[in-house]
Ligand binder design. Structure first.
Ligand SMILES: Nc1ncnc2c1ncn2[C@@H]1O[C@H](COP(=O)(O)OP(=O)(O)O)[C@@H](O)[C@H]1O
Ligand SMILES: [Mg+2]
Length: 562
């Protein structure tokens, strides 16, 4: 493969400075977005820029891309001082930017999108065949797997992003800016993107990768620059820094921790789930005979690789999916036959996995969102009428107590950052004194500050006796917040873990079924396995674990109830 695939000049030799930002300062009315920023990006590397929401990352990238003019400071690209008046200038210097919100036209093909606005100047009209060849060449050279003739509207998010990247390379970019590219991706797509970035790097492209997620920058970056309140505080080698240290640099001081310390678990069982079984619409058993209990003041964490039944467990408790068998009992009351609204009214708060699809109406105001899911209860109603003033006043309270950063409660939910949207949801779901909180990935995708606020809210509520079912892919969070941990695998609870002694590594291997008796997969001979040896801090669960009670996972619907 050859890096000559790009139209422009060859990239700068590896190790030399591809970009130097010196003393960059940018003021907006009332805020200094960038202040004396110093960054040197070496050619042929992935250089991450991390910082909390509002730290000034996007502003800096817009300056580098010619979208905004710095008030002070200088930029050099591949050793040459530059002054950009527009993105066209930046593109001319070999810099391309992929925006967080894609700017592709749905009803056009990949080819048309890529070429749009970049037709070779010498041609009176577009030479489709040459453009198609060129796109294929670039796609092959960088392993992007882009098909020029596909309609963009048929593409998934990951593919659209690759088209955006290709579009930028097509214009000759040697330096690629990606501003929070993973915010729109699911974990598997993130892995694919990272593979693409490594490929680009190996072909000599320099990548500026913006994120506030530390595991991501550690996974993909060679060097990491931390920005805090608009200014660069450190540049570190990703091999020589921990996530914890990075987070400390980001927030500038002591780090919030999910640690809960002393137990607040009480005798009273708040949630009892008994033999809960759920079938998927196509008849597979996705939740298989799950039994668990959560006491007042207890956080029960569910560890599992995504897609092993945790979403179905939450949905079945919430009444969003029917149970094929089993019961859900809240504080002694059987909820199994009740609908979601009645279950909420019985005292369940719900932080959904996907805040955009289930948690918020993005095109409604904050105070209208306060009512969502709570439209039958005070302060949102008096009698049968929606109580606008009550809802508004209570939204003000949530904004205050949960530190939701917003200009007011009349703005649309879509105007808030992800972290602030999530704080609003947590505040709403904690309202009305729930006895049980179902929290699915409560801090996913939020910045460190919002994460600390959400952890605080959970800890306070736990101390006051709230029972919490916590689903989290962040194992440090799960271990730190939980009083008890159960591992879910293929719809069953297969092991327990003691959060005081278990390590993320042990939990990780239990989640994949390692360290536990392997279960026969579909099609494999159903012979008895060797007894599993749970690692330290892990215990097989008697009822649903590795023994004879483990039903044939290939069992179809109905058999379990026979
Ligand atoms: N065009 C603008 N006008 C006024 N303020 C802005 C503008 N763009 C960004 N800011 C402010 O500058 C600061 C940095 O924002 P931004 O660069 O978007 O941060 P980040 O990308 O790190 O989240 C924020 O306080 C933001 O409100
Ligand atoms: Mg930004």
């Amino acid at each position: 493969m050859s890096s000559a695939a790009t139209a422009g000049q060859p990239a700068a030799p590896p190790g030399t400075a591809a970009v130097e930002l010196r003393g960059i300062t940018k003021r907006f009315p009332g805020v200094v977005a960038n202040s004396d920023v110093e960054i040197v990006v070496r050619a042929g590397t992935v250089h991450a820029i991390v910082g909390e929401n509002g730290a000034g990352k996007s502003t800096l990238m817009k300056i580098l891309y010619g979208m905004q003019k710095p008030d002070e400071g200088s930029i050099a690209v591949e050793g040459r001082p530059v002054t950009f008046h527009s993105p066209a200038d930046a593109i001319g210097a070999g810099i391309g930017m992929v925006h967080q919100h894609f700017m592709l036209a749905d009803n056009l093909t990949v080819l048309e999108n890529v070429v749009l606005g970049a037709e070779p100047g010498t041609f009176g009209r577009l030479d489709t065949r040459a453009a198609g060849r060129r796109i294929q060449e670039i796609s092959d050279a960088y392993g992007l797997g882009v098909q020029p003739d596909r309609l963009v509207e048929e593409l998934g998010v990951g593919d659209r992003q690759r088209v955006e990247i290709l579009k930028v390379l097509y214009r000759g970019a040697r330096i690629l800016i990606l501003d929070e590219p993973t915010a729109v991706l699911v974990p598997q797509e993130v892995d694919e993107l990272f593979a693409n970035l490594r490929e680009l790097k190996s072909e000599g492209i320099t990548v500026l990768f913006i994120s506030h997620k530390l595991d991501e920058v550690l996974a993909v970056a060679d060097e990491i620059t931390v920005i805090r309140r608009g200014t660069t505080v450190a540049t570190v080698d990703s091999g020589e820094v921990t996530a914890r240290r990075l987070a400390e640099l980001m927030v500038g001081g002591e780090l919030p921790s999910p640690e809960t310390r002393e137990s607040t678990v009480r005798d009273q069982v708040v949630l009892a789930v008994e033999g809960l079984t759920v079938h998927s619409p196509d008849g597979r058993t996705v939740l298989d005979d799950v039994t668990l209990g959560i006491h007042a003041g207890e956080v029960l964490g569910i560890a599992g690789v995504e897609g092993n039944g945790q979403a179905e467990l939450v949905d079945a408790i919430m009444g969003l999916r029917p149970a094929a068998a089993g019961r859900v009992v809240l504080a002694g009351t059987d909820l199994t036959a009740l609908d979601t609204r009645k279950r909420r009214e019985a005292g369940i708060g719900f932080i959904p996995e996907d805040r955009h699809r289930q948690g918020l109406l993005l095109e409604a105001s904050l105070w209208e969102n306060r009512i969502l899911g709570h439209q039958t209860r005070p302060p949102n109603v008096s009698g049968v009428w929606i109580n606008r003033d009550g809802a508004r006043a209570d939204t003000e309270r949530i904004v205050r107590e949960y530190d939701v950063r917003t200009p007011g409660i009349d703005v649309l939910a879509s105007a808030l950052s992800g972290g602030n949207q999530q704080k609003l949801i947590v505040g709403r779901e904690m309202s009305g004194d729930p006895v049980l909180l179902l929290a699915a990935h409560p801090t996913r995708g939020v910045d460190v500050g919002a994460q600390a606020a959400i952890w605080d809210a959970l800890r306070t509520a736990r101390a006051e006796g709230l029972a919490v079912l916590l689903i989290s892919a962040d194992l440090d969070e799960l271990i730190g917040l939980s009083d008890t941990i159960q591992v879910i695998l293929r719809g069953r609870l297969v092991a327990g873990a003691d959060p005081r002694s278990v390590t993320p590594e042990e939990l990780g291997s239990a989640m994949t079924g390692a360290g536990l008796a392997a279960e026969p997969g579909p099609g494999e001979p159903d012979e008895p396995d060797l007894p599993g040896s749970p690692g330290p801090g892990l215990t097989g669960t008697g009822t649903t674990g590795t023994g004879s009670a483990a039903a044939d996972p290939t069992a179809g619907p109905g058999e379990g109830e026979a």
